[in-house]
Design a protein around this ligand. Structure first.
Ligand code: FEO
Length: 382
């Protein structure tokens, strides 16, 4: 990172659930930066959980200087939650943000004395450095913007290119937690993400400074851009099959494992199995988007589908799951209903091809259902 940029972010190792829903085995980091030209800009504030630590980082980085600008890229509280505390400490700072962000500030209880709203392409002269603003609406809130500093070839990308984990987590594998973060948080917004990627494609970028996760440079930056182009266009990252099961007493789970073996035996390189009742649902969502094929296997329940599967498919629908091939395995001891319900949910998704046969298991796998499973495995491998 260029010496004109000072990192002043914080790690949160104690937070268990991001957005009160996503497991954080490696914690989380919230990034904030100081950009120093002749004048000084602070890039975003901090989650209130880390407010004091961040204000301390800021004071140390400033030394005897005062910030001229606070650039607010995103109003979600994990970044703007210390805005009022910042304004109390530095009331003369001009807050720079999109018009939409200004509208949100009062709702979150912040009242800056000086606000400068900016729009696409506007610039701010920091004295030797230029901040050029790029609007990024719906990545993943409507007020989001990014900032490009041409002299430093640096893009401040808001939540884009973020990941779960403290700053130095998963240093050898950025993609794993970046993918889980992307599909669960931004997955629904592929079109706006694609649009902003097109806008920045012509820029010389050697450094990306996101609001979560490490600063990206070199090979890691190139790989992140490659993956974001695939993810935002709902393309296939890995050819393979996700077998997702929701099983009440274990028989459907055993059938799912059996089907996974059939798929492996047919030479499908990547076959992942997930237990929707016990495994991390966010990881199952990520794997569904990652691969080109999926099989959903579920018990029937209350003349519907077993709720963990319903929740999974509902979430996929919310995240705009699309352009994939899906097989269905239902289990029902007296009146199978899961297949009908799963099919109806899948049919509401864009370009999801349901592959035949729909396998029906009656309690446990029989010769008849085994033959159906072999036929489904053939179809998926074909
Ligand atoms: Fe990291 Fe959308 O907040």
């Amino acid at each position: 990172m260029n010496p004109a940029i000072t990192y002043i972010g914080c790690d949160d190792r104690d937070l268990q659930l991001f957005e009160s829903q996503y497991a954080l085995p490696e914690g989380m980091c919230y990034n904030s930066y100081l950009v120093s030209g002749g004048r000084i800009a602070v890039m975003d504030t901090m989650d209130p959980r880390k407010r004091d630590e961040w204000l301390d980082n800021l004071r140390k980085a400033l030394g005897s200087r005062k910030p001229d600008y606070l650039i607010v890229h995103h109003m979600e509280p994990d970044h703007s939650g210390s805005l009022s505390a910042f304004l109390e400490a530095y009331p003369e700072t001009t807050v720079v943000c999109s018009a939409k962000a200004q509208g949100l500030m009062a709702q979150f209880g912040a009242a800056p004395a000086s606000v400068q709203t900016v729009k696409e392409g506007d610039t701010l002269d920091l004295g030797g450095l230029t901040l050029r603003f790029i609007m990024a609406p719906m990545v993943h809130w409507p007020e989001v913007m990014m900032t490009y500093v041409p002299e430093l070839q640096t893009l401040f990308s808001a939540d884009a290119f973020g990941k779960f984990g403290v700053y130095h987590a998963d240093e050898d594998d950025w993609a794993c937690e970046a993918r889980r973060y992307y599909f669960n948080i931004c997955g629904k917004y592929g079109a706006p993400v694609s649009m902003v990627l097109k806008k920045v494609a012509s820029l010389q970028i050697s450094t990306i400074c996101p609001l979560h996760g490490p600063v990206l440079e070199g090979e890691r930056l190139a790989e992140a851009l490659r993956l974001y182009n695939i993810w935002s266009s709902y393309g296939v990252e890995t050819a393979g099959v996700l077998v997702a099961h929701a099983s009440i007493h274990g028989n459907t789970a055993r059938a799912a494992e059996q089907l996974a073996e059939m798929l492996r035996a047919r030479g499908i390189e990547r076959v992942a199995v997930t237990d929707l009742c016990r495994d991390d649902m966010a990881e199952a969502i990520e794997d569904a988007f990652r691969m080109d094929r999926m099989v959903v296997c579920a018990s029937s329940y209350d003349n519907n589908v077993f709720p963990p599967m319903h929740q999974f498919l509902w979430k996929l629908q919310q995240k705009a799951y699309q352009n994939r091939t899906v097989g269905i395995v239902e289990n029902g001891s007296w009146a199978p209903s899961a297949g009908r319900e799963m099919k109806a949910l899948l049919e509401g998704m864009k370009d999801v091809r349901i592959i035949e046969p729909l396998v029906t298991i009656r309690s446990t796998v029989s010769q008849e259902s085994l033959a159906q499973m072999e036929a489904l495995a053939d179809a998926l491998a074909g």
